[in-house]
Design a protein around this ligand. Structure first.
Ligand code: KIV
Length: 265
């Protein structure tokens, strides 16, 4: 496999070559390093950090300081993968100026090489401003977790009706025109994700959007079974670290209590 550094413009080149793009989330140094060694193309410091690492109910309380600290930690482990970082809730919705400043902080202080933000048509001016400042942007359409209260929950598919599907197709084209390097399509019907992916030059990265996107992303804690509260139906479990860690911790605790660890030698 190619060990060349993955860049934001390189994502569209991968799509043009018919090469699928592999993306996982990472939140700390070890995750970043392992992900990089496994030759994932993109390490995404997602604001899913709030749920799976910080134990919050949703993404809304994740701060710029949280994202900067965790992105910087991941960056120390990543050399090959593109390092992308989510812009947290209210860091880009208030004004274009604040959005550029906060995207810049993720780059300067968190070492991000691209930022990801949620939303379609209404975010286009902001996306253009951030890109004009020299920062690559990844879009995010479909089920957008930062709008959980408007959507009325996160366990649903978006774009199932004709109007919803048309809106998503229009948003995807507008994001491409605005210059995004890629866009995440979350929890939309497989056929719609296929149609959008085929209509764009910019790569789509699917999560719960079927096999026809140009790449796939999962929350690493879901794939490793390291999160106990909710497992989306589309997640494939590649390991069961919860049980592995539980067994190791229990064994250690028992050995300490029984005087078996440490051994004299
Ligand atoms: O926050 C996150 O982890 C994400 C991915 C699920 C795409 O946005």
């Amino acid at each position: 496999m190619d060990k060349k550094k993955v860049t934001a413009p390189g994502l569209a080149e991968m799509k043009a070559r018919g090469e699928k793009i592999s993306v996982l989330t990472a939140y700390d140094y070890a995750m970043g390093k392992i992900l990089d060694e496994a030759e994932l193309d993109v390490a995404l410091v997602g604001d899913s950090l709030g749920r799976v690492v910080l134990g919050l109910d949703n993404e809304l309380k994740v701060t710029m300081e949280d994202m900067i600290r965790h992105c910087a930690a991941v960056s120390r482990g990543v050399t090959r993968a593109l390092l992308a970082c989510d812009m947290p809730f209210l860091s880009y919705q208030i004004s274009e100026e604040e959005a550029v400043r906060n995207a810049g902080r993720l780059v300067q202080e968190g070492n991000a090489e691209a930022v990801k933000l949620e939303g379609g048509e209404h975010m286009v001016p902001t996306i253009r401003r951030i890109i004009n400042a020299g920062i690559p942007v990844i879009g995010h359409l479909g089920l957008v977790p930062q709008s959980v209260n408007v959507l009325g929950g996160l366990r649903k598919r978006v774009g199932k009706d004709v109007a919803g599907a048309e809106k998503l197709k229009k948003d995807a084209l507008l994001l491409q025109d605005a210059g995004v390097s890629a866009m995440v399509l979350e929890a939309i019907p497989d056929a719609l994700a296929k149609e959008i992916s085929e209509s764009l030059e910019v790569p789509t990265i699917g999560i719960g959007a079927g096999p026809d996107c140009d790449g796939q992303v999962l929350v690493t804690h879901d794939l490793l079974s390291l999160f106990d509260k909710f497992k989306p139906s589309f997640v494939k479990q590649y390991a069961d670290l919860w049980q592995t860690m539980l067994k190791a911790f229990t064994e250690y605790s028992n050995e300490v209590k029984d005087g078996k660890f440490p051994e004299r030698k």
